[in-house]
Design a protein around this ligand. Structure first.
Ligand code: ATP
Ligand code: MG
Length: 572
């Protein structure tokens, strides 16, 4: 492509709307433009990257034996009523009516449509296993669309759905997708990690997420430094402390703690550490009751774990202050577990909180805390469970090594669905005995547009994007300097451009009438891996200047044999 004919200019200023670096760089380098909240147009330079990501995904899905289809973006609501998700999905589901007042949804995912396809087309066990996939736009009315295409409302997803006669076959299909995903993200040149994931309300036996590692990632992931255990922090198990609870040695004592409603102010006032304090969170129960969740002061509640506890409302919801006042007789900030059982409040404690002795907690009276409190002596033993997020240095649940925390961006998810959709939507097949069998399903997603942003989060520097070569929009940029004054510069650059194109290299020529500094800055912002500068000075010596986007110095490159030199570098 000739930059003289390219209509979109790079932006010098960092757009105020963009919080994260990938969003800033995607706007500055003209990869995307915002239409409305969470909706983006892909411009030519960005679309080339997106297409490359798509091609790698498609090739590896095909190689794994999956079959590409294309389902409609809009779906009749009846299918969602049939599966039960019409009622379960909240406002994230975009619903609308056609001219006949028939209800529709814009697909946020396609389990219903693909299961409908399966029940019409698959009748015999002989047709199984099968894996159908598509690369299709989705719409999810996210509460907080942000970070550009990273959490958009409309985005491109590769979604695949497999059907198997039995669970063992599902597991083989799932393992094949694990391998395909590993091949996909490896080929893209990304540093990634597969981690165990929460299976949500669907349950199911297995689920893993693929994360591109980046400090800016929305997800925390924990992995063991002793073996290959890795899990999303949402899911990672926190073990009971190795040392058991100590004996009770002190009496319960009131302490005046005026206006001391947080762990920080409390520990400052008492000159103690947060690890000796018990914090109590009050949440709504399933049945209108309140439930207390106790954690050590230095630990964080894990909402995913908490909302699965018997009697706790799912999704988790903190109790309203008025309700706490009504049931416990005190405002939040001074709540503690002593006396709660008598008020009908169920008390859960995290393993570490249950291991505390002589601890400090709220007194359920304004401006008062208690010290020297002991489970079993001053209040009943709590229901002990895993309630908290793991922290760096926790023992690995496998028993080998310690957990380390890193941040990641979820780019893919593989999931053993089981019979949920095939059973409710009656997508049965005949087995080899001629009996009806309900197939086992798996589903497998990749956020194709999110991958592009994640790749930038992981690969950039202060000058711009540093694309991994397999997904760069162009491989080479040829930059003639001051060509207007030097016919020879222009001639050499044009010849090299033509040669590269003929050789099938994806090449840009910066034939704009612009200053060298502008050309260099743009090439670096775009992150084109290989740059060749054609300048009068070098030509006299029979050389061109070569620089890789990751290198900090130029290399002289022979004018004769320039094509071979570049092909060798591209092949590396
Ligand atoms: P998240 O937890 O990030 O909301 P999810 O669990 O809702 O993701 P899935 O339903 O498993 O995601 O969708 C498959 C893939 O689609 C995800 O792994 C992610 O890469 C991508 N994805 C999901 N939501 C969005 C979004 N709002 N914008 C861009 N990509 C998304
Ligand atoms: Mg989501």
């Amino acid at each position: 492509m000739r930059l003289s004919q390219y209509p979109i200019a790079n932006l010098k200023e960092v757009p105020a709307e963009a919080e994260v670096i990938s969003h800033q760089l995607m706007l500055r380098a003209g990869l995307i433009r915002r239409l409305s909240a969470g909706q983006y147009t892909w411009l030519p330079m960005g679309l080339r990257v997106l297409r490359k990501v798509e091609t790698i995904v498609r090739e590896e899905m095909d190689r794994a034996g999956a079959l590409e289809i294309l389902m409609p973006t809009t779906q009749p609501a009846e299918l969602w009523m049939e599966s039960g998700r019409w009622g379960q999905f909240g406002p994230e589901l975009l619903r609308f009516k056609d001219r006949h007042q028939r209800e529709y949804v814009y697909g946020p995912t396609h389990e219903e449509v693909v299961t409908d396809l399966a029940r019409r087309e698959l009748h015999s066990y002989r047709q199984l296993p099968v894996n159908f996939y598509q690369i299709q736009l989705k719409f999810r009315d996210e509460v907080r669309p942000r970070f550009g295409v990273m959490r958009a409302r409309e985005f491109l997803m590769k979604d695949a759905y497999s059907f198997h006669l039995d669970e063992a076959c599902l597991q083989r299909g799932y393992a094949a997708m694990y391998r395909a995903y590993t091949a996909i993200f490896t080929r893209m040149g990304l540093t990634f990690r597969a981690v165990q994931a929460d299976t949500g309300s669907i349950g199911g036996t297995g689920s893993q997420e693929f994360h591109v590692l980046a400090d800016s990632g929305e997800d925390a992931i924990a992995f063991s430094d002793g073996d290959d255990y890795a899990a999303n922090v949402e899911k990672a198990e926190a073990m009971a402390p190795a040392t058991p609870r100590g004996p009770a040695t002190r009496p319960v004592t009131d302490i005046d703690t005026p206006r001391t409603k947080t762990i920080e102010t409390l520990t400052a006032l008492l000159a103690c550490t947060a690890a000796t304090v018990l914090k109590t969170l009050v949440v709504d129960g399933e049945d209108g009751q309140l439930v207390a969740l106790c954690l050590r002061g230095d630990h964080e509640l894990n909402a995913i774990k908490a909302q699965k506890l018997p009697g706790v409302a799912n999704p988790l919801h903190l109790a309203a202050p008025e309700r706490i006042l009504e049931v416990i007789g005190c405002e939040p900030g001074f709540i503690g577990p002593v006396g709660l059982a008598a008020r009908g409040v169920k008390v859960f404690a995290d393993h570490s909180a249950a291991a505390l002795a002589d601890f400090v907690c709220g007194a359920n009276r304004k401006d008062v805390h208690l010290s020297g409190v002991n489970w079993g002596r001053d209040l009943p033993e709590p229901i002990i469970t895993d309630l908290r997020n793991v922290v760096d240095g926790d023992p690995s649940p496998t028993g080998t090594g310690q957990l380390r925390l890193v941040r990641g961006i979820e780019v893919g998810h593989i999931f053993q669905l089981g019979q949920k959709y095939s059973a409710t939507m009656k997508a049965t097949v005949l087995d080899d005995q001629g009996k009806d069998a309900v197939p086992f399903m798996g589903c497998y997603g990749i956020g194709v547009t999110r991958v592009v942003a994640a790749a930038i989060e992981q690969n950039h520097d202060e000058r711009g994007i540093v694309w991994p070569e397999p997904i760069a929009p162009y491989q080479v940029v040829v930059v003639p300097l001051n060509a207007a004054r030097s016919p020879r510069v222009s001639e050499v650059a044009e010849k090299l451009y033509a040669q590269l194109q003929a050789a099938g290299v994806e090449v840009l020529i910066d034939d704009r009438d612009a200053r060298p500094g502008v050309k260099f800055a743009d090439a670096e912002l775009w992150g084109i891996p290989h740059r060749v500068v054609v300048a009068e000075r070098g030509l006299e010596a029979g050389t061109l200047e070569y620089r890789h986007r990751r290198a900090s110095d130029n290399e002289a490159m022979p004018l004769e044999g320039a094509l071979a030199f570049l092909q060798e570098r591209i092949g590396r």
